[in-house]
Design a protein around this ligand. Structure first.
Ligand code: GLP
Length: 240
């Protein structure tokens, strides 16, 4: 793993943007899979600024996203699709038809998982960007998820519901289930960039990098990947 420790959250965004721009300069039609949450926000802000200033071109880029809450549609302000539209997609020149997302409101969620898995299989990612949950989850793959998992419906753990309740008016409003890419699909990318900031990620970061490779810490699977870049601020790196 290539571990980069920077001074603050803004710098994590600058550092990740460099990798994206280098990839795009060699492959303008790169396939990029994005996460949601607060960790990638500085990156999205840097991408938007850079797009305004340097006109970096995304019009051939194909995107995927890691996950979506079950029951929340794209217009729901807490849905991940809405988050991506608001913070990134509407602010750069990604084509709507090149955006792929799990549909959280479809009736047959199993069928939706199969559809998404097939799409992912046909579009190998050049860059997979990740955050990490305080319990070591990536996307919504909670501790105990099989390393062989593919896109599936998941029941969220109490700690994830608690962590994510900060985005909702009350904890009761946090959906209990989500559709998430599986760990084997996350690994199916040329490059993986994981961004973590803040002291509440320090334990998960330690377990991911120095702990045993174990399904008890889903992010520890990244130790098996050949090209992982971990971008941390000082707090998230403080236990290493
Ligand atoms: C959610 C998302 C993950 C994300 C995690 C951490 O559970 N499904 O993809 O990595 O939260 O989010 P944050 O970056 O806001 O701490």
């Amino acid at each position: 793993m290539n571990i980069i420790v920077v001074g603050n959250a803004k710098e994590t965004g600058k550092s990740a943007l460099k990798v994206i721009k280098k990839t795009l300069s060699n492959k303008p039609n790169a396939v990029i899979c994005f996460p949601t949450g607060s960790s990638p926000l500085p990156l999205y802000q840097e991408m938007v600024e850079d797009f305004k200033t340097n006109k970096t071109n995304y019009n051939q880029v194909v995107t995927f996203n890691l996950d979506e809450y079950k029951g929340l549609g794209s217009k729901h302000p807490q849905s991940y699709r809405y988050f991506m539209d608001t913070n990134l997609f509407s602010k750069i020149n990604i084509k709507k038809e090149n955006i792929n997302f799990p549909n959280g409101v479809i009736k047959d969620a199993k069928e939706e998982c199969a559809r998404y898995h097939e799409l992912l299989a046909k579009n190998k990612r050049d860059i997979q960007i990740l955050g990490i949950g305080s319990n070591g989850h990536i996307a919504f793959n909670e501790p105990g998820t099989s390393f062989d998992s593919i896109t599936h419906v998941v029941s969220l753990s109490a700690s994830t519901i608690r962590d994510n309740s900060r985005f909702f008016d009350s904890i009761k409003e946090v959906p209990k289930q989500a559709i998430t890419m599986g760990l084997s699909e996350i690994m199916d990318s040329e490059t993986i960039i994981l961004i973590a900031t803040g002291i509440n990620k320090a334990h998960a970061v330690l377990d991911m990098i120095k702990g045993p490779i174990s399904e008890e810490c889903p992010a520890s699977i990244l130790q098996k990947h050949k090209n992982v870049i971990v971008i941390l601020d000082k707090e998230a790196a403080s236990l290493l």
